[in-house]
Design a protein around this ligand. Sequence first.
Ligand code: FAD
Length: 510
Amino acid sequence: MTRTTSGASAFAAASPSGYDVVIVGGGVSGCVLASRLSEDPGRTVCLVEAGPDYGPDRGAWPHTLLDARSLPRDDVWERGTEVHRIRARVLGGSSCVNGCWHTWGSAADHEEWTDAGGRPWSAAAMEPYRLRAVEQMRLRTVPEREISVWARAALAGARELGYADVDVATSGGTGCGTPLINALDGLRWNAAFAYLEHARSRPNLTILGNATADLLTVRHGRVRAVQVVVDGRRETLAADTFLVACGAFGSPALLLRSGIGPADELRETGIRPSIELPGVGANLVDQPGVFVPLTPTAELNAALAAKEGAGELYVSRMLIRAASEVCPGDSWDLHILPSAGDPLFGTLPPGEYEAGISAFLMKPRSRGRVRLRSADPHARLDIDPAFLTDPAGRDAAALRSGLQLVERLAATAAFKPLAGPVAGRPSRDLSDEELRARLGTYWHPVGTCAMGHPDDPAAVVDGEGRVRGVDNLRVADASILPTAPAANTQLPVLVLAEMLADAVKESDER
Ligand SMILES: Cc1cc2nc3c(=O)[nH]c(=O)nc-3n(C[C@H](O)[C@H](O)[C@H](O)COP(=O)(O)OP(=O)(O)OC[C@H]3O[C@@H](n4cnc5c(N)ncnc54)[C@H](O)[C@@H]3O)c2cc1C
C-alpha cells in the first residue's frame, strides 16, 4: 500500500536511505509526475505536499472542494487576499479549487515554446500527450442540460456577430464554443482523483501531506536533500532526482530560498546565493480580465432559478476566442466569457443572480515578478503581476478592444430578453487607471522559472525542465512556460507534466 501520511508521523514513513525521485508540490503537475514515475515498481517516488491529502475516499473530502459549481476559497495559501494571489494548498493543487475548464492554445503559442524549449513543444509533438491527459482527466464536452439560457444566448449572439463554431479544446482559429470540462455530474474531478486513484496502491509511492518544503540543499552543483517543515519540525529527504512542482508562485520561491536565483536580490533577503540565475521569479505572466455586469431581467432570473433547482447551474459554459485590434497574425488574444449564476464574490437574495460578460487578455506582454519577503517558507510572498504595464500600452489596447466586443455581444438580439444593456461610459473611453481599477484575473500565472535557449541569460530551465547549473534538479509545472498560452492553463500543465515524466524516464534509461 502507498504510505500516505501527514503531520508528525510523516517522517516515520519516509525512506531513511532516500528515494529515487522526490517530487516537491502535489498539485496538478505533481500528481501527474507521481503517477507516471511510480508506474515502474523499481523506482521509489515520494510526493511532498504542503497542504492536506484528503485521501482516496471522496467522502473524506470537504464538500466545497468537490462541488464543481463554485470556486472554493478554503484550502488556499492565503485567505481574504487579493484575487491574483489565490492558489490552492491541498493534494491535487489548484485543480481542487478551479473552474474545471479546458481549452487549448494557438499555433503562435507553440512557436514561442519551441523557440524556447525545442521540438518537443511543437503542436504535433505535444498532441499525443494532450490526448493522454484528456483521457486520464476524463475530460468531456459540456452536456446540453448544463448549458443555461445565458450561455445559449451567448452562443447565438456570437454567431450573430459572425463567429463560427470552433473546437476550443484544440488549436484552430477564432470562434465560439464550449470547453472540455472535468466536472462529472457536479463533482470536481481533480488531478489527485484522476492521477492517484490507482497509483496510491503502489508500494513504491509515498505521499507526504502537510509537509512544506523549505529549501533544497545544494552542494557542488547537485541537490543533496530537501528540507521539509512538518508541525514546526525540520526534516530531511534525500533522493537521486528532485522535481519541483510547487506552481508558478511556489516553485520560484523554493528555488530562491535554496539560493538559486538573482544573487543581489537573494543577499538582500539574507540568503547566501549558490547558483546565479537571474530569471528565477522574473517573467511572471498572468491573464488579466474585466467583468462587465449586466442587469438580469425577470425572465433570466426565473430561468436560472429553475436550473439551480435542477442542480444544473454552472456560471459559465461557453467562450469566444477573439482577436483584438493589436493581435498579430491569424491568432487570437482574447477570451470573451459570459457568466450568469451565483456571484463569485459576495451573495445576492434568493432568486437573484449575477450576470455579465468578461473579457480576458490571453497573451499579455506585461511581465511581473515573484520575490521573497523573507527566508521563512510560511511568509507571504511578494507577488506583483504588473498587469497592463507594458511600455507600448498594447495590453490596455487589447483589453479595451475586448470590452468593445463585450458591448457588441451584450447588444445582440439574443441577449435582449435576458439583460439590460451595458451601463456607464463606453469602454473605449476608460483611462488606463480606470481599467486597472476594474481588473481581475483568469488565475493562470506562468513563466517564473521560464525555459529558454542555453544562451538566454533569463532562462531558468531547458526544454526538459532541467535547472541550469544543477545536475539532478528539474522544475516541472506552470512556471516553466515562458509565455502564456492563448488558453486556460490546466490542460497545458497536465500535458507538460506528462511530457516531462517521459523525459525523466528516458534519462533514467540512458
Ligand atoms: C481559482 C482558480 C481557478 C482556475 N480555473 C482554471 C480553469 O477553469 N481552467 C484551467 O485550465 N485552469 C484554471 N486555473 C489554473 C490551473 O489550476 C493551474 O494552471 C494549475 O493548477 C497549475 O498547476 P501546477 O502544478 O503548476 O500548480 P498547482 O496546481 O497550483 O500546484 C502546486 C502545489 O504545490 C504545493 N506547494 C507549493 N509550495 C510548496 C512547498 N514549499 N512545499 C510543498 N508543497 C508546496 C501547493 O500547495 C500546490 O498543491 C485556475 C486556478 C485558480 C487558482
